[in-house]
Design a protein around this ligand. Structure first.
Ligand SMILES: [Zn+2]
Ligand SMILES: [Zn+2]
Length: 448
């Protein structure tokens, strides 16, 4: 097996914090001191290695506090109110989760609460703890724990996606009845904007370096040992969480590293270190195969049941797209079509090609697949839009035989496909594609 990270840094004695391995292809880079408003990209796969915010770094703390306040205020406030033939129904964020539970899809209710409210608020709260701790005279030793969790929650924060789904649902509700936006709708919109600005101002790598400088890390003694170790040693072990590089002993090979007893963690954040994600191919294949199987009922079974004046009808995902188009909203219909049908399909086919490539089987070229993996990791969450559309519709339209919308089994299967493909992309290690021998190298090996 080839060495995981290139020898670009061999023989140097630079301190480890200036070295960074590309998390997408494994190539090690020596980065110069970061300047505000700049970004560094990988030389081989062009992935973003480090982005330094241009604005004042002090803005990160008040923005996190403001986002937390907005989110806490939005939770109990009314989101929408719907008036139909003299009847009125008010909905909060919790109403959608309760409606899923009433329709037998309580797991989906939990997912809704977790992605729209709990994960974003918890993430802002954890960030606030870290920044406030760093601003204090003596940051506590345990400060690396909240920063580690803050990073892990990023993929599950979806208030912005909920807003887009909510907007699509509002368009359909406005066709049916008189609709008014409540204060929570404006608070959520403000939260999505503040969360964007807060992410822009926050520099996770600089925060990890600040924690390291102040000794608030998992194992300060190991940090001191690596700082004096010869840095020409190979291979490097890159931390998947804080991106710190740890050098293994000079004679260590990838095979002996892989066989190392568990519990050998990153000195800075405590995350277990492995040359490559353990059992990445097996885990990713199992998750992807389950997602591919579930995508059949997700598209064939109804995601919603609609009752109007005693007449019952059901809607599949495609049915919902067509209804939006037929009612004069072609742009929203196209957006929903892309998010609910095209993106999941591209995710499943793309990940399958990446698994083939990583296993050394014939597949499209690695640079193209690497770009696709970054796109899938960034955009995959947007498929949740349809789940949020259904959540708002079933929460608001509960007027008995007059007009009611209930969640169908397709909605549960569809949400499972989105979550499973997100987990499959996360379990996959894109560096395996760069490790796998190409057809050209195999031909050379055969000829030799
Ligand atoms: Zn790279
Ligand atoms: Zn780490």
């Amino acid at each position: 097996m080839p060495g995981p990270d290139s020898s670009q840094t061999q023989g140097s004695a630079a301190p480890s914090q200036h070295l960074q391995a590309c998390p997408h292809c494994g190539l090690a880079h020596r980065l110069s001191a970061p300047r505000p408003g700049t970004a560094s990209h990988c030389r081989r796969c062009h992935a973003l290695l480090r982005r330094t915010p241009g604005g004042p770094r002090q803005a990160a703390l008040p923005l996190a506090a403001l986002g937390l306040l907005l989110g806490l205020a939005a939770l109990p406030a009314p989101l929408l109110s719907l008036h139909l033939h003299g009847l009125e129904r008010d909905g909060t964020l919790g109403t959608g989760a309760r409606a899923f539970a009433e329709d037998g899809l309580w797991l989906l209710g939990l997912l809704l609460l977790a992605t729209v409210a709990l994960a974003p608020l918890l993430r802002l709260g954890l960030r606030l703890v870290v920044l406030a701790g760093l601003a204090s005279g003596r940051p506590p030793r345990w400060l690396f724990h909240p920063l580690r969790w803050e990073g892990a929650l990023a993929a599950w924060c979806m208030p912005g996606i909920f807003l887009v789904g909510g907007l699509m649902a509002c368009v359909r509700l406005a066709m049916l009845a008189d609709l008014r936006l409540g204060p929570a709708a404006w608070l959520l919109a403000a939260l999505a904007l503040v969360a964007l600005a807060a992410d822009e101002a926050f520099d996770p790598l600089a925060t990890w370096e600040a924690l390291e400088a102040r000794g608030a890390v998992a194992d300060p003694s190991a940090l001191a040992a690596t700082a004096t170790a010869p840095h020409g040693a190979r291979p490097w072990l890159a931390c998947p969480c804080c991106h710190r590089l740890a050098a293994a002993a000079p004679a260590t090979t990838l095979a002996t590293l892989a066989a190392r007893a568990p519990g050998w963690g990153c000195a800075r954040c405590g995350t277990p270190l492995h040359p490559r994600k353990p059992a990445a191919l097996a885990r990713s294949t199992a998750l992807l195969a389950t997602a591919a199987l579930l995508s059949l009922p997700a598209n064939l079974w109804p995601v919603m049941g609609i009752t109007t004046f005693g007449q019952e009808a059901t809607h599949t995902i495609l049915g919902g797209v067509l209804a939006l188009g037929a009612n004069g909203y072609p742009l929203l219909a196209l957006l929903l079509f892309l998010a609910s049908i095209v993106v999941p399909l591209v995710k499943i086919l793309g990940l399958a090609a990446m698994l083939l490539r990583a296993a050394g089987l014939p597949a499209p070229p690695t640079p193209a697949l690497a770009r696709l993996h970054r796109l899938i990791s960034a955009l995959g969450r947007w498929s949740m839009t349809d789940v949020f559309v259904v959540a708002v519709l079933i929460a608001m339209v509960r007027f008995g035989a007059l007009a009611s919308i209930t969640a169908g089994p397709g909605a549960g299967c569809f949400a499972a496909v989105v979550v499973l493909t997100m987990l499959a992309a996360h379990a996959f290690d894109p560096r395996l594609m760069w490790d796998a021998p190409t057809r050209a190298t195999r031909a050379r090996e055969r000829a030799a």
